[in-house]
Write a new protein. Sequence first.
Length: 639
Amino acid sequence: MARLTVVGTDQEGAGERLAARVAAEENRGLLRFLTCGSVDDGKSTLIGRLLYDSALVLEDQLESLERDSKNTAASGAGEIDLSLLVDGLQAEREQGITIDVAYRYFSTPRRKFIVADTPGHVQYTRNMATGASNCEFGVLLVDARQGVLTQTRRHACILSLLGIRKVAVAINKMDLIDFDQAQFEAITEEFEEFAKPLGFDKITSIPVSALRGDNVASPSAEMHWYHGPTLLGHLETVEVDRKQTGRPFRFPVQWVNRPHPDFRGYAGTVASGSVNAGDEVVIHPSGKSVHVARIVTADGDLDTANEGDAVTITFAEEVDVSRGNVLAVPEAAPSVADQIAARIIWFDEEAMLPGRSYTMKTSCQATTATVSSLKYKLNVDNLDHVAGKTLELNEVGLCNLTMAKPIVIDPYAENAETGSFILIDRFTNATVAAGMVEFALQRATNVQWQELFVDKEARADLKAQKPCVLWFTGLSGSGKSTIANTLEKRLHSLGRHTYMLDGDNVRHGLSKDLGFTDADRVENIRRVAETAKLFVDAGLIVMVSFISPFRSERRMARELLGEDEFVEVYVDTPLDICEERDPKGLYRKARAGLIRNFTGIESVYEAPEDAELDLKTANATPEAMAELLLSELRKRHVV
């Protein structure tokens, strides 16, 4: 049996620190791998077995383990629950599942390892993807009694999407099926057939019992029919491509380093390739060419910086460079685009809605991004492409995204550092998705703004008014359209140039193809906001009367316009009064189940939190509300 040397342990977020700890000991090599699979397949127990069989678990740790094992359901009478060596969170021990990503560092005479124990529960798929993003090899566990499950397939898909090309399928709990060779071979065949389209270079199936130790670190006497390597033996010898050779130089600028006025450098980590002092590089997205003067480190200057080196680069020429710029070689430029196609893994319980704005973050760039369309979803059970409009929790899909500004990107298959991103909810700041760039959309580079001789200011001056949007939001029956109509009539009598966009009217034309699902509501508001922007550009005062139930889309509409060009008007009418009015009989139909997804009944309405005007309409006339709005417009010098 190979002897393991346990060097240390750590928890989530420790991968980089652990990597730095062993970076100086490359002579024996380092393998970063993860354990994944469905819940209760035995991932934590497997890692615990590797550590326990080494006989190097400290005595006080062993005593604590034996004591804690008595209180867990995973261990039988007199048995030690080895998963407790890895599951450190109190919630994990109470529930008997892995929630967090736990990193462990150990070594054998042949190799060093960093292993990420990732959760199998479907609720924590995002944690599994996080762990996989830093690994080179995957150990996918399968319960021999259960076979290949949906979560097994989902994890295999994520491994493939994240570029892991070699995996070991550890078919665990063989002792519970009496070490049945036929069952092992059936599971192996089923997984290999499923995984054919995923593009793995090599799949190695190993029958194990993590609880007993069979075929984990030493061969099993019970499975004489198996002649392959133990899991540890395979981990010691498997070859992985740590760095893709021949990739062009990429250096995302993470920080402008100015410790004193006489020094200006640009700090970051070389994402791929290498650069020498004196080389010509191009700054993207500006496209300016410069020459590297120095490659600075804390230990002195370098002649060459290679992939993975954290350095500060100075230039021979004076140029404007900022955080988020990317340095590249002249002969192999990255793409600079504001529209991309990307594969997305959705992490949030609230569905992804095309048209909604999210914050996109790459390795060093940030911008606002919108999922403009979902091309298809991936059925993880059979890898079919499925039509759909939204992505639900843990679903994977190919999407087109539009960014507020061009970003510098590469396809993920060519460069994981410059080809990956995350999406963040702009209200909760929760990470809702991970994305991998497929390619820049061609139209992103061949569609340019046409310069116009007459601009918004000229059109507004001709009309002697300040253009803006009054965005009326509220429940159906709150009085939005009535108040907006009354205000427009009043403005028209004053000789002002106006236009009104009403929810029902727009659905007869511009949005006649849309329904009332959340995704369709988001797209409806996106179209209306873009139309309102055009009317403001024409110099008009625009009344927009829409329920517009989601804060995200109202914020998107606000950000399309200039400062002081957007006035949010919350027509604040209680639901019971709206239902009592019910001018179109919609609430009655919704309560009877004849209208689905009706706002306030089945679909949520997110009331404004900081509207410029809050109109209480329960005891006020539309004329009084219109005069109040007119007074506000005069204060803003609109009229």
